[in-house]
Design a protein around this ligand. Structure first.
Ligand SMILES: [Zn+2]
Length: 117
């Protein structure tokens, strides 16, 4: 394998698909990305996602959601309508801030079966 240039199906720019990314895609059994990283990031912000709460500190009022694509998304309790804890499955939208991805309008939809009691 070697670094390869692909053309984005959305905006038409050529973007680099690195050996490391190729290895990760191969391991996950995924096809080559059709869109450039910029368009993929934009798509992520435009759609709702399902994720699992990885960590939540109720005293501090913030935590992180494990989201699709290996993303870690920050959330704050003011974006919650119901309490969450580790393993809670949520749907959310994300916005990009100076500090990275941040979840908005987090909705609880259940719990991951593994950690259900
Ligand atoms: Zn693009």
């Amino acid at each position: 394998m070697k670094d390869t240039f692909l053309t984005c199906s959305s905006c038409g720019i050529k973007f680099l698909w690195t050996v490391r990314e190729q290895e990760l895609s191969a391991r996950a059994g995924e096809p080559p990305p059709g869109k450039c990283p910029g368009c993929r990031a934009l798509d992520f912000l435009l759609t709702e996602h399902e994720g699992t709460v990885r960590f939540y500190n109720p005293r501090k009022g913030w935590g992180f959601i494990d989201a699709p694509g290996g993303r870690k998304v920050f959330f704050h309790r003011r974006n919650l309508r119901r309490p969450v804890s580790r393993g809670t499955v949520v749907r959310f939208r994300a916005s990009m801030t100076e500090k990275g991805l941040r979840a908005t309008s987090v909705r609880v939809i259940g719990r991951r079966k593994k950690e259900a009691r």
